[in-house]
Design a binder for this molecule. Structure first.
Ligand SMILES: [Fe+2]
Length: 300
C-alpha cells in the first residue's frame, strides 16, 4: 500500500509562520497529511501555501477538514453597512476587499491598514481558525502581520503575569478598522464578550496572551487608568516586531492561522488599487485560562 508523502515545509521567520511545500489544496488530501498539517499548525501558528488555484467551494472543502465552518457574524442593524458586501453570497465566506460594484462594496473591511485583532475575538466563541486566499492584490502593501501570542505571553514580567492571572478583559467590536471603541456609554448594542487575559490553547497546552489593540478595551477589576496602562503594555507585547511575521502576499497564496494564539493586522496600501482576499473560518468554542478548565478535561 502506498504511504502518503511526508509534508515538506520551510519556516518563514523566527516569530511564527511556515511554508508548506508541494501540496495542491484542490486534491482530496489523505487524513495523514491533514494530521501532519495540523501538527505543524500547532507548532508554527501560521501556515502558507503558495501558487494555489482554488475555487470558493474547494476552499470550503479543504477548510472543513479542520472543523465546522464558521458563518459571518451578523452585525447589529446600525453597523450593518460597514460589513455587508454585495458579492458575499455565502454566509461562510467573507470577501476582504476594497472593490466596489455599482457604488457598493463587494466585501468587508477591505480598505487601508487595519489594527491588530483576533477574528471574532469579541464573540463568546471566537473562530478557531481563519483561511485567507489571495485573489487580487495591490502592487505593494496590504501585507498581513502575525503576532505570536505565546511569545507575547512569555515576554511579560512575572509581576504582570501574577497580577493578570484569573482576570478577564472586554473585547468589543464596532466594525472599525483602526479605532478604539468608546465604552463610556451604553455598550449593550455593540457586540462584546469577556475573555480571560491569558488563555491556554486546548491542543498545544501552551498559554498565550489573548488581547489585541482593535477590540480589547478594558481589563476588569482595575481602575480605568491602570487598565489603559496595562493594555498599552499588552498591545506592545503582541506587536513586538521580534514576535511578528509579516506576510507579503503573492497571487495564489493561501494562508491559514490559529486565532487562539495569534493576532493579525494589515499594512496600508494604495486605495486606488484593488485588493481582494477570500476568507473562511472554523467555528470555535469558549476559551479558558487553564487546560483543566475546558469541559472535556473536567472529571465528572
Ligand atoms: Fe482579520
Amino acid at each position: 500500500m502506498d504511504q502518503p508523502v511526508k509534508v515538506q515545509y520551510k519556516p518563514l521567520s523566527s516569530a511564527c509562520g511556515v511554508e508548506i511545500l508541494g501540496l495542491d489544496l484542490r486534491e482530496n488530501l489523505p487524513q495523514q497529511t491533514i494530521d501532519e498539517i495540523r501538527a505543524l499548525w500547532n507548532q508554527y501558528i501560521v501556515l502558507v501555501f503558495r501558487n494555489q488555484t482554488i475555487t470558493e467551494d474547494e476552499q470550503l472543502r479543504f477548510a472543513g477538514k479542520f472543523g465546522d465552518l464558521g458563518e459571518r457574524k451578523a452585525p447589529p442593524e446600525e453597523l450593518k453597512e460597514r460589513t455587508t458586501g454585495v458579492l458575499q453570497n455565502d454566509q461562510r465566506v467573507m470577501l476582504v476587499s476594497n472593490k466596489m460594484l455599482e457604488g457598493k462594496p463587494v466585501g468587508s473591511f477591505g480598505d487601508g491598514d487595519m489594527w491588530y485583532h483576533i477574528d471574532s475575538g469579541y464573540a463568546k466563541n471566537p473562530y478557531t481558525y481563519t483561511f485567507l486566499y489571495g485573489v487580487e492584490l495591490p502592487s505593494e502593501g496590504g501585507n498581513t502581520l502575525f503576532g505570536n501570542m505565546y511569545k507575547a505571553y512569555d515576554s511579560l514580567s512575572q509581576d504582570l503575569k501574577d497580577k493578570l492571572a484569573g482576570q478577564k478583559a472586554l473585547h468589543i467590536h464596532q466594525y472599525e478598522r483602526r479605532a478604539r471603541v468608546d465604552i463610556s456609554g451604553d455598550i449593550s448594542k455593540i457586540p462584546h464578550w469577556f475573555h480571560p487575559v491569558f488563555v491556554t490553547h486546548p491542543e498545544s497546552g501552551r498559554k498565550s496572551l489573548f488581547v489585541d489593540r482593535l477590540m480589547t478595551q478594558r481589563i476588569e477589576g482595575v481602575s480605568h487608568d491602570e487598565s489603559e496602562a496595562i493594555l498599552e503594555e499588552l498591545y506592545a507585547a503582541g506587536e513586538n516586531p521580534e514576535n511578528v511575521y509579516e506576510h507579503e502576499w503573492e497571487l495564489g497564496d493561501f494562508v491559514m492561522w490559529d486565532n487562539r494564539c495569534a493576532i493579525h493586522g494589515r499594512t496600508w496600501f494604495d486605495p486606488q488599487e484593488p485588493r481582494l482576499l477570500r476568507r473562511c473560518t472554523i467555528e470555535g468554542g469558549p476559551l479558558y485560562e487553564e487546560l483543566s478548565d475546558y469541559p472535556q478535561n473536567q472529571s465528572a
